[in-house]
Unconditional design. Structure first.
Ligand SMILES: [Zn+2]
Length: 83
């Protein structure tokens, strides 16, 4: 993947957590808990109690940016269609 800022080659990696990984709209922290119960949320990786959560992400060390493509949950390692 090429960086959308500098066009350089990005490094493929993972974002991992012992908790669900999600993006929630706004700048205020929400109560902890499953993001799907909040309005305007994107679940990047479902929680697995055995494995934690992980999603594929691309890193540009030049721009210090991380990009996550969450279309159809394809980069969620816990998604039902993941390997
Ligand atoms: Zn870049």
């Amino acid at each position: 993947m090429h960086c959308p800022y500098c066009e350089g080659e990005m490094e493929k990696g993972l974002i991992q957590s012992p908790h669900e990984i999600s993006w929630i709209k706004g700048e205020k922290r929400k109560m902890l808990g499953r993001a799907r119960f909040h309005k305007d949320c994107v679940v990047l990786s479902e929680l697995s109690f055995m494995k934690g959560s992980a999603c594929v992400a691309y890193h540009c060390p030049t721009c210090q940016k991380i990009v996550i493509d969450y279309i159809d949950g394809k980069n969620d390692l816990n998604a039902k269609n993941a390997d």
